[in-house]
Design a protein around this ligand. Sequence first.
Ligand SMILES: [Zn+2]
Length: 101
Amino acid sequence: MKHKLLDILACPTDSFFPLELSIFEENEEIISGILFCPKCLHWYPIRERIPEMFPDRQRDEEDELKFLNKWKEVAPQQVIKVGKPFNINNQLIKSKTKSFF
Ligand SMILES: [Zn+2]
């Protein structure tokens, strides 16, 4: 996505503006990154230059956690720990529960 798109993007969950941008890969455009809403804590992946701004019910948890795991060293700690609708803490709790049973 182009940098200046950030000037018009609002959170699809609560319409909060502006969103916080973390860039993982870029050339003249942002190739990979995360858009984060500091108000409702929702995050949205940017993949292959496309910001994926979908409401919770249209999101694929497994797919998005793969994305988050790939970038967890550089993603904002808030997204990793408390980001919605998915974060890595949730995932850890789930895998612990599985091995317990
Ligand atoms: Zn929001």
